[in-house]
Design a protein around this ligand. Structure first.
Ligand code: NOJ
Length: 745
């Protein structure tokens, strides 16, 4: 083709696409956004703030609306969720390209722990304390999802959660703001990669802003009543960490905080997020949460709800249609300024530009790339490693584990042994055209692992729920024939997750009764507990020979469990959340205040129950290994620190057992006396180190003023002079070394 024809074609293209024409001379994203916004009518602007779910799968209450395609073609929709796969996203994008300005749609999806390759649930991953591994897990999810047409994941969920009755605890990183912040940043980096616009990056979304994890009674969607200090000190830090890591979007939350729904909360969204933190991305509502302000009783009708949300800084309306139906009226009535709407539109368009969608709306709709990434043989390997790293060894009496690969007969019993999809946990993605055959069941994992000389016997024993014990006899019969019993029990995968709050968090049904009859055979029993939250399982904890808390491990569950059972992977995970002995102890967390009557004060009436211990069953930071670690030689290079100074802390950790292994060394601090009471300990740093048998390593930490700071009575972030206790632990209770130092002016 000669140059003249080329130029002519380009001119025709530019003429056909007004946006390309308008921006052909523009350079920066800002300028390009300006050039588009100059062309937009108010209706088209409001359209950008409107997000719909596709009909195919829904992750919230569906509004029947057969008019969506027309609205997309009219430029009245800015984003779609729940449409995935290159065919479907291409189809919708083609509809958007029929609109006057051809502004591309954003496709969002809950890619919470993997897309096709399912990784362990986020709470499980968080027990690895392995930031690089979690970044990589999110990276693979982004690679696959972006190849499937997705631009935006509604993850990570960074809500601190201290109430295991709340089913969504499975989606987060546990109870601690420090660990939670590190993990929030790691996941954002993983999803977003080097930069938005790279073909395998997608926008992340820090959710749910804010304090959703503190719903009263652990009931999903419930109210939150919280002091500002708790909000600032415990619940907001992971969000701030996500913002600092460059997260592209935030999602607000269903709950109200002290009576003000988060969706209409100006203090959170305008003052803190967009004000103090200088967040430049956009905020999406949760599903229908704009309209739900009417049920909350903080808005009389959808008109008021739209007013409240847009004023408070919620830029995009997911599925409630309040923006679409009422923003234009609010502008006409002089209640909402066009500048407010422009600000929201600008934030959204900027992201569309950064993703490269204006240059090529079909950039992420490449069917060939989709096939390649969904079948990338490296991804299951990475998922398996992540799963290995997420399994917590809670008990290992007589060093029963690891099992020998030459064990003659193994009885593998329980309702979850042959389950396939259960292993994915809640918030898996149903990927178009993919069946579940790529998931490795626990049975298949064991079959893959053991040699030809090992006989594997199977009995289901019972269901997850219900009272039927008719399968017990068969289970006992095969247990008697075996050298060791492995029992796989727990929750159903959909017993934890959104709207899956439980008042009773015992292991359901007769599963613990099954364990009783199996133990009565005298055989050693390894129990695998599959769950999306900490469960209460005192009988199992006290009587099983060994326990692995496997959570939900994803598509490589079976292989990973077998890796740990047979010692191909030495477990290294530690709990990121406290396990109660009883639901009556909830909320329970390690970082509590001492009170004036701590139980440690002896026999005086104290802050205990008369019918229950106040101590957890398994504490935050706890997890065993096949090897043992010795901590020694704690050194502080000084015992006084100034406001600008630092203390170098070092200690030696030695592997004193027979296996190579990894240890998570935890550093806790306590401010011994301050202007307000401070927690008995706060995690302030940690190191995960690998040691061969017999090897020692020096671990170093640095303490500076930031680690000593807290919100004082006036909610100023300060470090007060005085003494601090430094504790180095293998868990929050198992403190191995300690020392005291002083902050001086
Ligand atoms: C409601 C959930 O709370 C939120 O986390 C999710 O991203 C949306 N639905 C979309 O599925």
């Amino acid at each position: 083709m000669n140059a003249k024809i080329n130029t002519a074609l380009l001119l025709i293209l530019l003429f056909l696409n007004p946006i390309l024409f308008a921006q052909s001379q523009q350079k920066t994203v800002d300028q390009r956004v300006d050039s588009v916004m100059r062309l937009m009518t108010p209706e088209e602007k409001i359209g950008q703030l409107n997000q719909y779910s596709d009909d195919w799968t829904a992750t919230g209450p569906v509004t029947v609306d057969n008019d969506k395609t027309r609205q997309v073609r009219n430029g009245q929709v800015g984003s779609m969720l729940n449409c995935k796969g290159t065919d479907r996203t291409r189809w919708w994008q083609e509809a958007a390209m029929k609109s006057r300005l051809k502004i591309p749609l954003l496709f969002g999806q809950d890619v919470v722990h993997g897309y096709k390759t399912t990784f362990p649930i986020p709470l499980a991953e968080s027990c690895s304390w392995d930031l690089d591994a979690m970044t990589l897990s999110a990276r693979i999810a982004a690679t696959e999802a972006s190849a499937g047409g997705i631009h935006w994941t509604f993850a990570p969920m960074v809500d601190i959660a201290r109430d295991p009755r709340w089913g969504r605890m499975m989606e987060g990183a546990g109870e601690d703001p420090y660990l939670g912040s590190m993990i929030a940043a790691a996941r954002v980096k993983g999803f977003q990669g080097n930069k938005l616009g790279d073909i395998n990056s997608m926008m992340a979304c820090a959710k749910h802003f804010a304090a959703y994890g503190a719903v009263i009674g652990g009931r999903d969607y419930n109210s939150v009543d919280m002091s500002e200090r708790l909000l600032l000190e415990v619940y907001l830090p992971p969000f701030k960490a996500a913002a600092e890591a460059g997260v592209a979007t935030f999602m607000n939350s269903f709950n109200d905080i002290n009576g003000v729904p988060a969706t209409g909360n100006s203090y959170l969204q305008r003052d803190i997020l967009k004000g103090q933190w200088g967040f430049k991305g956009f905020v999406v509502s949760d599903w229908g949460s704009v309209g739900e302000m009417v049920s909350h009783g903080s808005a009389k009708n959808d008109y008021e709800a739209a007013f409240s949300a847009i004023t408070a800084g919620c830029d995009m309306d997911m599925e409630s249609r309040c923006y679409k139906n009422y923003l234009a009226q609010l502008v006409a009535d002089g209640k909402v300024s066009m500048a407010l709407i422009d600000d929201a539109v600008r934030r959204i368009l900027e992201k569309k530009f950064e993703l490269g969608l204006f240059d090529d709306p079909f950039k992420y709709c490449d069917a060939e790339r989709e096939q390649k990434e969904l079948n990338n043989p490296e991804h299951p390997k990475i998922a398996r490693e992540m799963a290995d790293r997420s399994i917590v060894l809670l008990k290992n009496q007589n060093n029963l584990l690891p099992l020998s690969k030459n064990t003659k007969t193994i009885a593998f019993i329980g309702p979850l042994v042959k389950a396939v999809k259960q292993n994915k946990g809640f918030w898996d993605v149903e990927v178009p055209g993919v069946d579940s055959s790529y998931i490795v069941s626990q049975w298949a994992g064991l079959v893959n692992k053991v040699g030809a000389t090992t006989k594997l016997l199977y009995a289901k024993g019972c269901e997850i729920e219900g009272s039927d014990k008719s399968g017990f006899d068969e289970a006992v019969r095969i247990a008697k024939q075996s050298d060791v019993v492995i029992l796989s029990i727990g929750e159903r995968r959909d017993m934890s997750g959104e709207a899956r709050s439980r008042s009773n968090i015992d292991i359901p049904g007769v599963q613990e009764d099954l364990l009783k009859v199996l133990l009565a055979t005298g055989k050693p029993v390894v129990v695998l507990i599959n769950a999306g939250r900490p469960l209460v399982f005192n009988y199992t904890a006290d009587n099983a020979t060994a326990i692995l808390y496997t959570w939900w491990l994803g598509s490589e569950a079976g292989n990973a469990i077998a890796d740990v059972l047979f010692g191909d992977f030495n477990p290294s995970a530690k709990l990121s959340v406290t396990f109660p002995q009883s639901v009556g102890q909830i909320p329970i967390y390690y970082s509590h205040l001492n009170t004036g009557r701590p139980v440690t004060n002896g026999d005086v009436p104290n802050t205990s129950y008369i019918d229950l211990s106040i101590y957890p069953k398994f504490e935050f930071g706890f997890g065993l290994s096949f090897t043992t670690f010795k901590y020694s030689d704690l050194k502080l290079n000084k015992n006084k620190i100034s406001n600008t100074g630092e203390i170098e802390v070092s200690l030696t950790v030695s592997n004193t057992g027979k296996y190579a292994g990894e240890e998570i060394v935890q550093l806790y601090l306590r401010d011994l006396a301050g202007s307000i009471s401070r927690p008995v300990k706060d995690l302030k740093d940690f190191a995960k180190i690998a040691l061969n048998a017999g090897e020692s390593k020096i671990v170093r930490f640095t303490i500076d003023k930031e680690k000593l700071s807290f919100y004082n009575q006036k909610l100023q972030w300060v470090a007060e002079p005085g003494e601090f206790e430094l504790m180095i632990g293998a868990s929050s209770s198992d403190i191995r070394l300690n020392s005291v130092f002083e902050l001086v002016n």
